[in-house]
Structure formats: structure tokens, C-alpha cells
Design a protein around this ligand. Structure first.
Ligand code: NAD
Length: 422
């Protein structure tokens, strides 16, 4: 997906945490690699009658704390290493928010923009036929990620149910509400980030009401981030972008207007009364909160020193490279208050947390109100923020990402030990 190998980064981050925790070599080795991975080739009949074979993956990284959980990406540049990295981060994410699940991720190399809805349906069903043997409500439960959505989840759930011969709503999360989805799932990732951003701002004594924000990416996560930043934190979103480029208005961009423009034209770019700006320039804007919500590897050693936001709330997975982290960390130490990074697997854990709530509701066949979902999400995210913050203090000022790793890795290692794996 980029020149930077995300899995190497994920492993380096674990290595650093393992050294501080003093993990024994066997536990470290176990947590450094996926438990199981499956590569599949999926034949799909295209609308013109031809057959096309797509390559797909499912990586089950670690399930010591509970059944695997993680998204399915559809992207033309997907690689097995990206999936491995995402599966590792899912393992740390479920642990840091303390939900009883492990970490998995899947993906298919394809360009969904070039697939008709019927081709997408056949691909979704084909993917499930290829990997269903390693799935299960108590084994591994997929969810949406880049370029997959609730409709695709509904097809996947249906295909699994057809294969098994019973209704299996809990096999996939992120489904539409009509087929067992949870209230609040669509905006959960963005909303969870608002709760941890709120806690960070309290600690930094920053007033977010009317303060500025910029958002990179305007997909499922990015657009709800715009909505929630306005509604929940009272932030003024001055810049947003998607793969075509970005737009800026110092007076603020209205969520409904940008969404309408994107729906009508396919992109946020060229919206009336806005100035064009590049994705690179957006990241370097002088705003209070920066929300990277697109792809990995966008904050690197080339631009880290130019990041001016007070809080960088990482909604995307892996947006900051380790080199960039070191620059941001040096900045934090040298200048009294540098960029306060809310690391990806803490900041974007709201999605998986409500996915877990969805699994619980599916298991009981009893559904919660939106208010209850949001209350429980707030409680989980706030507790996770403070667990990480306590670790920062306990380890005398390690940076937030490392502290989040320490919390998560310690919990996964404890479960693996108790199960007698190592
Ligand atoms: P999505 O496919 O809905 O949206 C991706 C967005 O990124 C689109 O607006 C696209 O135009 C934009 N984009 C693509 N390439 C870009 C580029 N080079 N520069 C700027 N923008 C670009 O995906 P999503 O579900 O919103 O996921 C976004 C990120 O959040 C990913 O890193 C994903 O792993 C992460 N994430 C998603 C969820 C979830 O619940 N969907 C949960 C946690 C983390």
C-alpha cells in the first residue's frame, strides 16, 4: 500500500514494548508473528460473463484473549504484510480497550470502484466460501474496513448463514441494523476518537469549543469524524480531504454541505467557497486537532517536524511511521508541549468496541438503544485512555504509543501464559 512495510513497523513497535516489559523470548516470539494465515484465490463471474480470480487473505494474529476480530479491506494495493500489520494492531486494540477478543484482519486485492454492485456481491460471497472454515462466532468475526461497507457485511453474513444452514448474525459485524447491526456502529470509530480526544484535551487544559480541526480522508471514518467533531466536541473543521485532494475554509466546513457535495460529485474537491489544498498541506496545518483518517504511512520523517496540531488523533491505522514518532517525541521533550499523539489502536478502537457490543447483542438476540451503546462506548474509551495515561506516568514519560503497547502487550501475554501457551 506504500513503500513502508507496515508489518515491519508493527514488529518494531512490539520489540520496543517487549524490551521494556522484559518479555521472555518465547512470549516475544509468539507475539511477533501471526498465529495462522490463509491465502485464497476467489473466482468471480463478472457482469460481462468473463471469470476473474481475486486474491484474498485472512490473518488470525492472536486469540489468547478471545475470538479473532478484525476488518476486511478491499484495495488494489493490498498486501499480505499490510494485513498482518492490521491483524497485529487489532490484537493490541482489543486488549487496550479491554474487550474479550483477539485480533485478525482480512483483505482482497481488488479495486471496488471498478466493480458493479452485483460483482461486489459475488466477490463478498466468494470470499466467505473461501475462508468460512476458519471463521465462527467463537473463532473469528470479520468487520468492515477500507472500501467495505455494511451492505458487503450483510452479503457475507448471508453467505455464511447459507453454508451453515442457520441464521448466523454474529459471524460478521458492521451489518445494517435490519439484519442484526448495532445502533451507533457506523459512527462508532469516530465517536470513540472524540471521547479520547476530550480526555486528552482536559489533561492538556485545551478548550476544544470553537477550536480548529483538519481531517484527512472522507470515507466511513473521515466523514463521521467531521460530524462528531462538530457535534460532540464543538470543533470547527476547517479542512478535509479524500484521495482526490483537499479543501479549506477558515470559517469552517459544514458537514452536511460537504457530504452533499461528495455524494453529488464523488469527491470533496472543488466545493464552492473553499480553497483547494493538497493532502500533504492538510497534515501540516496549524489546527488544534489533526485527524488522519485515510491510510497508513502519511506522517513520516519528511513531514513530522512540520506537524503543528496540538493533538494528533490517529483514526487511520498506522498513519505515523516510527521515524516520525521519534521526531514527534523529541519535539515533545525539547519543546514543552509538542504534538500530543493519540495512537491509532487506542484512538480508533471505538469501531471494534461497538462491533463487540454488536456480537453481544447478536448472541442474546436482544438489542440496545443508541444511548446505551454510546454510554458504554464512552466508558470503555475513557477507561482505555486513562489506563494508557497511567502507564505513561508509571514508566516515567514513555510516549503514548509505547504506553498503549505496554498496556496491551502485557494483557495479551498474561492471557497466553494463563492458557499455558508459553
Ligand atoms: P474508507 O474506504 O471508507 O475511506 C477511505 C478514505 O480515504 C476515502 O475517503 C478515500 O478517498 C481516502 N483516501 C484514500 N487514499 C487517500 C490518500 N492517498 N490521501 C487522502 N485520502 C485518501 O475507509 P475507512 O473505513 O474510513 O478507513 C479509514 C482508515 O481508518 C483506515 O486506515 C482504516 O484501517 C481505519 N479504521 C477504520 C475503521 C472502521 O470502522 N471503518 C475502524 C478503525 C480504523
Amino acid at each position: 500500500m506504500s513503500e513502508i512495510n507496515s508489518f515491519t513497523i508493527a514488529q518494531q513497535q512490539l520489540d520496543e514494548a517487549a524490551a521494556i516489559l522484559g518479555l521472555d523470548p518465547a512470549t516475544h516470539a509468539l507475539l511477533r508473528e501471526p498465529m495462522r494465515e490463509l491465502t485464497v484465490n476467489i473466482p468471480v463471474r463478472m457482469d460481462d460473463g468473463s471469470m476473474h480470480v481475486f486474491k484474498g487473505y485472512r490473518v488470525q494474529y492472536n486469540d489468547a484473549r478471545g475470538p479473532g476480530k478484525g476488518g476486511v479491506r478491499w484495495h488494489p494495493d493490498e498486501t499480505l504484510d499490510t494485513i498482518r500489520a492490521l491483524a497485529a494492531w487489532m490484537t493490541w486494540k482489543t486488549a487496550v480497550v479491554d474487550i474479550p477478543l483477539g485480533g485478525s484482519t482480512g483483505g482482497v486485492i481488488c479495486n471496488p470502484k471498478e466493480l458493479s454492485p452485483t460483482e461486489q456481491e459475488r466477490l463478498a460471497r466468494g470470499y466467505i466460501r473461501a475462508i468460512w472454515r476458519i471463521l465462527g462466532e467463537n473463532a473469528d468475526v470479520p468487520a468492515p474496513d477500507v472500501y467495505t461497507n455494511p451492505q458487503i457485511m450483510a452479503w457475507m453474513m448471508d453467505e455464511y448463514s447459507v453454508i451453515r444452514g442457520y441464521n448466523a448474525p454474529g459471524i460478521v459485524t458492521g451489518k445494517p441494523i435490519a439484519v442484526g447491526g448495532s445502533a451507533g456502529r457506523n459512527e462508532a470509530t469516530a465517536l470513540g476518537a472524540m471521547y479520547v480526544t476530550r480526555e486528552a484535551a482536559k489533561m492538556l487544559e485545551l478548550d476544544l469549543q470553537g477550536a480548529t480541526a483538519a481531517i484527512q480522508g472522507y470515507g466511513s471514518v473521515g466523514r463521521y469524524t467531521h460530524k462528531m467533531a462538530q457535534e460532540v466536541l464543538g470543533l470547527k473543521v476547517v479542512a478535509v480531504s479524500d484521495s482526490q485532494g483537499g479543501i479549506y475554509n477558515p470559517a469552517g466546513l459544514d458537514y452536511n454541505a460537504v457530504l452533499r457535495h461528495k455524494r453529488e460529485t464523488g469527491s470533496v474537491t472543488d466545493m464552492p467557497n473553499t480553497t483547494a489544498l493538497s493532502n500533504e498541506a492538510l497534515l501540516e496545518m496549524d489546527v488544534t486537532v489533526l485527524f488522519p483518517a485515510a491510510l497508513e504511512g502519511v506522517i513520516t520523517e519528511r513531514n513530522a517536524a512540520n506537524i503543528k496540531a496540538k493533538i494528533c488523533a490517529e483514526l487511520a491505522n498506522g498513519p505515523t511511521t516510527p521515524e516520525a514518532d521519534r521526531i514527534l517525541e523529541a519535539d515533545r521533550i525539547l519543546h514543552e508541549r509538542g504534538v500530543y499523539v493519540l495512537p491509532d489502536f487506542l484512538c480508533n478502537a471505538g469501531g471494534v468496541t461497538v462491533s463487540y457490543f454488536e456480537q453481544v447483542q447478536n448472541a442474546y438476540g436482544f438489542y440496545w438503544s443508541l444511548e446505551l451503546v454510546q454510554q458504554r462506548l464512552d466508558a470503555k474509551m475513557t477507561a482505555a485512555f486513562h489506563a494508557v495515561h497511567r502507564m505513561v506516568k508509571a514508566k516515567r514519560g514513555v510516549h503514548n504509543r509505547l504506553a498503549a503497547y505496554l498496556v496491551a502487550v502485557e494483557r495479551v501475554a498474561e492471557a497466553a501464559k494463563l492458557r499455558g501457551w508459553i
